[in-house]
Design a protein around this ligand. Structure first.
Ligand SMILES: [Cu+2]
Length: 234
């Protein structure tokens, strides 16, 4: 209990330094935002990457994963988040994980919270050097020479981080960090869910690496779900 209080105090202090305080509270009558992100109109094709190194393990080509779009239009790897929320559910206890698997970051887009732990893993039998940038400046630089290797670090930033590999120039992932735990990434159907939100009016931000950004207003009811359908059109 004391440990939790101390950790919470540290988190509140850390976030206050950035000019924003998020208070972790017991959410009663919490609501949910669920929905889908879809693409309509001219649906872009994903690129195929030519593997120029370590192809005996990683194959000759890899999908870029920029546009992972289902036949019904569901957009995978879109990030859905609430910004500027002052109080709500606790931070996730589990770390944010990004793995190096067959010369690709898995998952391609990951989300987390400023104050959470980050785990970078290497599942491959060769060196990956995971290099993470925020606004083109290095935030983390992890050499992972051994299969099964894991490095853990605390996250102390907010924003869209670019995950790159110094050993494989084509490797590209993203880590979107919010200052509160209301952030999710869409699945292969384009579906997402944000849970335990204090009832009220919010602006939800949607980000996708290819389609860009959008904002939509949502009213979250008590003990019920608000539906949010997001459409990117070209
Ligand atoms: Cu690599």
């Amino acid at each position: 209990m004391l440990r939790t209080l101390v950790l919470t105090a540290i988190l509140v202090l850390t976030l206050s330094v950035n000019g924003w305080t998020y208070n972790q509270i017991q959410v009663t009558n919490g609501g949910t935002i669920t929905g889908r992100v879809i693409a309509t109109g001219n649906i872009p094709q994903d690129e195929t990457i030519k593997v120029t190194k370590d192809s005996q393990h990683c194959g000759d080509t890899l999908p870029r994963e920029k546009y992972v779009i289902a036949s019904d239009g569901g957009v995978r790897y879109a990030v859905v988040l609430i910004e500027n929320i002052k109080a709500g559910k606790s931070f996730p206890a589990t770390p944010v994980e990004v793995d190096n698997v067959k010369c690709a970051f898995t998952p391609h887009v990951q989300v987390g919270v400023n104050g959470q732990q980050l785990t970078i893993k290497n599942n491959d039998p060769m060196l990956h050097n995971t290099h993470i940038y925020l606004n083109k400046r290095t935030v983390y630089n992890f050499a992972l020479p051994i299969t099964g290797m894991e490095i853990k670090k605390p996250i102390k930033k907010t924003g869209i981080m670019s995950i790159e590999c110094d050993a494989h120039s084509w490797m590209q992932g993203y880590l979107y960090l919010n200052d509160n735990p209301y952030i999710a990434v869409t699945d292969e159907h384009g579906a997402f869910s944000l849970t335990d939100i204090p009832p009220g009016d919010y602006t939800v931000k949607i980000w996708h690496e290819g389609f860009g950004e959008k904002e939509q207003p949502v009213t979250v009811p008590a003990n019920a779900a608000a539906d949010l359908q997001v459409e990117f059109t070209r």
